[in-house]
Design a binder for this molecule. Structure first.
Ligand SMILES: Cc1cc2nc3c(=O)[nH]c(=O)nc-3n(C[C@H](O)[C@H](O)[C@H](O)COP(=O)(O)OP(=O)(O)OC[C@H]3O[C@@H](n4cnc5c(N)ncnc54)[C@H](O)[C@@H]3O)c2cc1C
Length: 666
């Protein structure tokens, strides 16, 4: 099957407008005759469900939590980008487009990224109109801060709870439609298969997680908004429940899976403290606006700190290595995440790590506290030479900006970050890969769309901070509602789709068989036992740095582990009741296949780009070395029975509007 990305012709800045002017529309009266299933009600699915219902479609929405408000999107801390140029610092649609393409190390599709930059400003207007309390300056104007990989301030935020506030906005919009009967909400339901009738996506099989009942649901189109697959690593900053099942099930039914190896390892997370952990915690990138990252300059000091003989505050300015500021003077602490993560690993591997495990660097706010304190003293006509007063004033400013993040750190680590630098280390955070979609956000299965983190769309090989919320809401509020109409226009006379069709019966049987297999397995090890083992293989051999030897080993080890899992996993309880071990077993089964494809993708990509770092391909300075001649393409994998037999399709990437050069943040 040839990949057709359906990118409209014409200049990049006109494509989306021209496209919208010429696509098929469904008239308002006919929308009432069309049903759409939306799987996932995080920011992408929630905004899509609300907008599609507002337009008049009948929406059936699904999530596995007890409320859409508990989607993983709620965890987003730092902010959302938009090219509004409120700071007058030279921002524009083109700059946001350019930064995103460059930030993704030139592995994203230009046309999609430009559209994203175009609609970014509408998102802020939409959310403000909904009442989302985005941060404002004293005078009442919306405030901005900076995120990595940019030289402007374009990130809108709501303290350290941006995702939560945006999700409440989308949820309110959904609730209005639930009240009107236009959205039928199915909480605590998990989609376990896609139903295809005559080549088109026409429904899903879902399990009611409370009663265990298996249900059939039909529609004229299915939208997958199920989030990312970072939990394939077991330990990540994702919510514990985040999983790949919906995306993987559609992959097995014909949706190509693109760039699975593009994973973001976020530089500022609370370091792993031991084997007991099941979750890692992010410290938002926004902290890098004011926090300075450093390690000791000398190995002796690093050792003394690790052994508890010295503290960070014992080291004078000249004894500290602010390695990001040293290596990347123009972007400093705000280099993109892939660059910052690798730099932290490099310092720790060289022996400069500052916690007991040797895998931590400092994120220090002392300088910012003094800077803000002096400014406040000036504003308030107080004594700027009074050190105690200056620190007090400075801490108040920091508290207003990042208070909840500081509190979170204190609760987890039991150290006061206002007094002593935070310790941070990279952790798995976001997956740029996902289901392949064309310009319409449709997968390779007609009528099956994929939006938000579950698709591969806009971030190339590395996502810039504050761009995931932008993409999820762009997809849900402003892109899918148009493009899906073009697909549905011929369906206005189809009528309701029966769930008695043989395709529904077969899909339901398939799901029941899988569930029964686990319950009747009588193995000896828990699901987590296998998930942890998978995570260790992934982190050690497919993590921040990869090489051909390790990847080959990982592929073999994952295949062996998968066999062991099916032979020896123990899932207690029954199918027809609340059973969290059974839920997990279904999800880990999919991770065990996805993990292998992930490693296979990383092995075939003989270059380094963004978050995909192959040790064999690096510059003399240890930066990612791309091979544009051979790898400027999207790798879209077709399922053929098992991951080892997946077939590679290539979507060539064309760069007409940004110059293809090796990335530099110096
Ligand atoms: C700690 C943290 C902080 C972050 N901070 C930021 C930030 O500041 N700025 C930014 O831009 N990005 C940030 N991100 C990334 C961003 O939060 C996510 O990429 C984004 O929220 C994903 O939204 P989504 O709607 O695609 O998926 P999710 O929010 O993950 O929602 C997935 C939905 O799908 C449902 N679902 C999944 N599978 C099934 C199934 N099989 N059946 C039924 N329902 C299913 C879930 O119930 C849920 O409703 C952060 C991420 C983390 C982990």
């Amino acid at each position: 099957m040839a990949l057709d990305s359906k990118i409209p012709a014409g200049p990049i800045s006109d494509k989306w407008t021209d496209y919208k002017d010429h696509i098929n529309l469904v008239n308002p009266a006919n929308k009432r005759n069309i049903d759409i299933i939306v799987v996932g009600t995080g920011l992408a699915g929630g905004s899509a469900a609300a907008t599609l219902a507002e337009l008049g479609y009948n929406v059936k929405a699904f999530c596995f939590q007890d409320s859409p408000r508990r989607a993983h999107s709620i965890a987003a801390q730092g902010g959302i980008n938009a090219a509004k140029n409120y700071q007058g610092d030279g921002d524009s649609t083109f700059r946001l487009f350019y930064d995103t393409v460059k930030g993704g190390d030139y592995r994203a599709r230009e046309a999609n990224v430009h559209r994203l930059a175009e609609v970014s400003a509408n998102i802020i207007d939409q959310c403000v109109a909904q009442g989302v309390p985005l941060a404002r300056e004293y005078g009442g104007l919306l405030d901005n801060r900076s995120f990595g990989g940019t030289l402007v301030s374009r990130t809108f935020y709501a303290a350290g709870q941006t995702g939560q506030q945006l999700l409440l906005g989308a949820y309110s919009a959904m609730n209005r439609q639930i009240g009107r009967g236009k959205i039928k909400m199915h909480n605590r339901h998990e989609m376990l298969d896609l139903v295809i009738v005559n080549g088109k996506a026409r429904g899903i099989i879902a399990r009611n997680l409370v009663t265990g009942e298996i249900e059939r649901h039909s529609a004229h189109a299915v939208v997958i908004a199920s989030g990312g697959y970072g939990n394939v690593f077991f330990l990540s900053t994702n919510a514990m429940g985040s999983n790949a099942t919906a995306a993987w099930k559609i992959h097995k039914k014909g949706a190509f899976f693109a760039n699975p190896c593009y994973t973001q390892i976020h530089p500022t997370c609370i370091p792993v403290s031991g084997d007991h952990q099941s979750k890692l915690t992010l410290m938002s990138e926004s902290l890098r606006n004011d926090g300075r990252i450093w390690v000791p300059k000398s190995l002796e000091d690093a050792k003394a700190i690790r052994e508890g003989k010295k503290k960070a505050s014992d080291l004078k300015e000249e004894e500290r290595d602010y390695y990001l500021e040293r290596r990347y003077p123009s972007f400093g602490n705000l280099v993109p995440r892939d660059v910052a993560s690798r730099a932290a690993k490099e310092r720790c591997d060289a022996g400069y790590g500052v916690n007991k495990t040797g895998e931590a660097v400092y994120l220090d706010f002392a300088a910012a506290i003094v800077r803000y304190g002096k400014e406040q003293a000036l504003i308030q006509h107080l004594d700027g030479n009074d050190d105690v007063l200056v620190k007090k004033l400075g801490k108040e400013v920091i508290k207003n900006k990042y208070g909840n993040l500081f509190q979170m750190y204190y609760k987890i680590v039991d150290e006061n970050p206002y007094e002593t630098p935070m310790m941070i280390y990279p952790a798995v955070h976001y997956t740029m890969g996902g289901t392949w979609v064309d310009y319409n956000l449709m997968t390779t299965i007609p009528g099956c769309f994929s939006i938000g983190e579950s698709n591969f769309s806009d971030h190339g090989a590395n996502r810039l901070g504050a761009s995931a919320l932008m993409q999820g809401l762009a997809d849900g509020y402003f892109v899918l509602p148009y493009t899906i109409g073009d697909y549905l226009a011929p369906d206005i006379k189809t009528g309701a789709i029966s769930t008695e069709l043989p395709e529904f019966v077969a899909a339901e049987k398939n799901v029941r068989d899988q569930l029964n297999k686990f319950i009747n397995n009588n193995g000896t090890h828990s699901v987590d036992h296998f998930h942890k083992k998978l995570g260790k293989i992934m982190w050690d051999k497919v993590g921040m740095a990869r090489n051909a030897k390790g990847l080959n080993e990982a592929i073999e080890e994952i295949a062996v582990l998968r066999e062991e899992f099916y032979r020896d996993v123990k899932v207690p309880g029954s199918i027809d009741s609340f059973n969290q071990e059974l839920e997990k077993a279904m999800r880990v089964a999919d991770f065990l296949e996805l993990g292998e494809l992930f490693a296979k993708d990383a092995l075939h990509r003989n270059e380094s780009c963004g978050g995909h770092f192959r040790e064999e391909y690096q510059t003399d300075e240890g930066e990612a070395l791309r091979d544009d001649e051979n790898f400027a393409y999207v790798a879209a994998w077709e399922y053929k029975g098992k991951p080892s037999e997946a077939i590679l399709h290539k979507e060539a990437l064309v760069f007409d509007n940004v110059k293809l050069v090796q990335r530099s943040y110096k």
